[in-house]
Every structure is written in structure tokens, then in C-alpha cells.
Ligand binder design. Structure first.
Ligand code: ATP
Ligand code: MG
Length: 196
């Protein structure tokens, strides 16, 4: 299987770039944010819990999202691979992802990190908030999400750099150019893996 993690701050374009990668590589998209929002819309038990965290800009507890993620992986037997979008967001989640994949004889090929300055993230999220109606796309919640991103999620870069899986990508400019940079990074990783 070919498994990618698309990594970055809120509003960095993970969803947009996932769409590009799905059509290019034929992968299954797993966006934990989207699954949680579906649960909220349907009013499931998980949705009721998730709503409280999301509307405040907080992360959902690790055990809940991790269980949800494992279920989603198992719901797609025979796929060519996955794009994980919005997961992992903490070190325990990253460790859980490695464990879940290893138990299934799989691993993460590359982690693609989209780098976008905070002022641009805020601008993008405020613009999205006008149309999305998302409870978390308002200035107060955006600031909270960015704060949590910097404290809890960005340490994952070192986690993945440490085992050589992290590729940093400039996440600004045209969408198609960013997509090209991602493909180049994946190819670089392929070459590096062949040399080993
Ligand atoms: P982007 O705009 O780049 O897609 P985002 O942060 O705006 O990113 P989502 O990934 O859709 O949006 O996540 C929305 C919310 O769902 C998060 O702020 C968080 O509350 C919750 N969530 C999603 N994934 C996780 C996770 N892995 N762990 C904990 N909470 C999560
Ligand atoms: Mg998203």
C-alpha cells in the first residue's frame, strides 16, 4: 500500500491538496475533520461529544479519534493506499498510526508538510468561514486552533524528521504548483528509499 500523511496548520490546504493526490495516485482519503463533521450533522453520540471540542477550537481526545481512524482504515479493504488528512495531530496519535499500520503489515511512505505563514492562514480561514458556515472558522476559534497547532501538532515535524519521513513543502502560491511540489517530494522519498 501507498500511505501518505498530509500535514499542516488549519487552513494550510490539506483538503485541497488531498483531492489532487487522490486523482493522481488513486488513494482513499481519510479526513478526520470531515468524519467528525458528518457525525455532528447526523447527531451521533461521537458527534455530540466532538461538537463541544470543535466549536471551541480544541482537539478531540486522542483515544476517540484514534479508534475512529482505525475503523475507517478497516472499512476500506483492498485500497491502493490512504491519504491521512488531519491525523495525526499529536505525538500519541502519530505513535498510534504507526502501530495501527504495522499491525496490518503497512507503514507511512511520506509525511508532506504544507508550510504557510500564520497571517495567511488566518486570512484563508476567515474567508472560508464566510461560506462554510463552520462553527470553528471565526477569529477567536481560529486563534485557538493556531495556538494548539503550534504547541501540540507542530512537534510532529521532529518526530517524522527523526525517522526520515518528513518532506516540507512551500504551501503558498498556486494550487497546481503546490501539487507539483508534493509530487516532486514524493519522488525524492522514493529515490531515497531505493538507495537504502
Ligand atoms: P484544513 O483547513 O487544513 O483542512 P482544519 O484544521 O481547518 O484543517 P479539520 O482537519 O477539518 O480542519 O479539523 C477540524 C477540527 O476537528 C479540529 O479543529 C479538531 O477539533 C477536530 N479534529 C480533526 N482531526 C483531529 C485529530 N486528529 N485529533 C483531534 N481532533 C481532531
Ligand atoms: Mg480539512
Amino acid at each position: 500500500m501507498f500511505n501518505l500523511v498530509i500535514f499542516g496548520a488549519p487552513g494550510s490546504g490539506k483538503g485541497t491538496q488531498s483531492d489532487k493526490l487522490i486523482s493522481r495516485y488513486g488513494l482513499t482519503h481519510i479526513s478526520t475533520g470531515e468524519i467528525l463533521r458528518e457525525n455532528i450533522a447526523k447527531g451521533t453520540e461521537l458527534g455530540k461529544i466532538a461538537d463541544k471540542y470543535i466549536s471551541k477550537g480544541h482537539l478531540i481526545p486522542d483515544d476517540l479519534v484514534t479508534e475512529m481512524l482505525a475503523d475507517e482504515i478497516d472499512a476500506h479493504p483492498g485500497t491502493k493506499g490512504f491519504i491521512f488528512d488531519g491525523f495525526p495531530r499529536t505525538i500519541p496519535q502519530a505513535e498510534a498510526l504507526d502501530r495501527i499500520l504495522e499491525e496490518r503489515g503497512e507503514s507511512v511512505h511520506s509525511v508532506i508538510g504544507l508550510e504557510v505563514p500564520d497571517d495567511q492562514l488566518i486570512e484563508r480561514l476567515l474567508a472560508r468561514g464566510k461560506e462554510s458556515g463552520r462553527s470553528d472558522d471565526n477569529l477567536e476559534t481560529i486563534n485557538k486552533r493556531l495556538q494548539i497547532y503550534h504547541s501540540s501538532t507542530s512537534p510532529l515535524k521532529d518526530f517524522y524528521l527523526g525517522n526520515g519521513r518528513y518532506e516540507s513543502i512551500e504551501g503558498t502560491g498556486e494550487i497546481d504548483h503546490i501539487a507539483d511540489r508534493i509530487v516532486e517530494a514524493i519522488n525524492r522519498r522514493d529515490e531515497a528509499m531505493k538507495k537504502k
